[in-house]
Structure formats: C-alpha cells, structure tokens
Design a protein around this ligand. Structure first.
Ligand code: SF4
Ligand code: F3S
Length: 106
C-alpha cells in the first residue's frame, strides 16, 4: 500500500483524496492516513500531493518507517474523507518542516 508521511502533518492539503478509487483516505485533526487494507496500489494519489507526503510502503523516506504502522492504526480510528477541503491555515509555514511527528493530533 501507499503511506502518508510526516510532511502532511499540519498541512493537510487534501488534493489526494478525490483521486482514490477505493476511498482509502481517513482524516484526523491535522493529518490524513491511508488504510493499507483498502489501498490497491493504483499510484494515483502520489503525484497529487503538492508537498510529496505520499510514498509506497517500501519507499518511505529514511527515519519515517513509523508512519507505515501509524497509517494502519489511525485509519481504523478516523473517518473517511473523499472530498477536497481547504488546507490547514498555517499549511504554507509548515511545509517541509522536519520533526513534525511531535505535532500530530489524534
Ligand atoms: Fe488510493 Fe490508489 Fe492512493 Fe492507494 S495508491 S491510497 S488506492 S489513490
Ligand atoms: Fe496530506 Fe498531501 Fe494529501 S498534504 S492531505 S497527503 S495532498
């Protein structure tokens, strides 16, 4: 499956959700995740994210391996999102900031 990684935190652009043919995206307060049990590896979402937060599970950036398990866990807790919405208000300022895992809200 594909995995949403750290750069989505506090940005949440949501460009990714509308292309998913199987509605895998689940929304939390400041992050989105992909349900690995639903993802069919179609690859459509990966280029939609303007800040490159989405990777194949086997290709997540070094140091972000924890996001594989986080996507699986949080997908079970959060509701599905299929319609694009406004990014978070400070999205621009948080793009590419390292160490955002500390900012994840559940
Ligand atoms: Fe959905 Fe395809 Fe992205 Fe998987 S790879 S989350 S099926 S759009
Ligand atoms: Fe997050 Fe990128 Fe989607 S910032 S909400 S993974 S478009």
């Amino acid at each position: 499956p594909f995995v949403v990684t750290e750069n989505c935190i506090k940005c949440k652009y949501t460009d990714c959700v509308e292309v998913c043919p199987v509605d895998c995206f689940h929304e939390g307060p400041n992050f989105l995740v992909i349900d690995p049990d639903e993802c069919i590896d179609c690859t459509l979402c990966e280029p939609e994210c303007p800040i490159n937060a989405i990777y194949p599970e086997d290709d997540v950036p070094a140091g972000q391996e924890a996001f594989v398990q986080l996507n699986a866990e949080l997908a079970k807790a959060w509701p599905v999102l299929t319609t694009r919405k406004d990014p978070l208000p400070d999205a621009k300022e948080w793009e590419g900031v390292p160490g955002k895992l500390d900012q994840l809200e559940r």
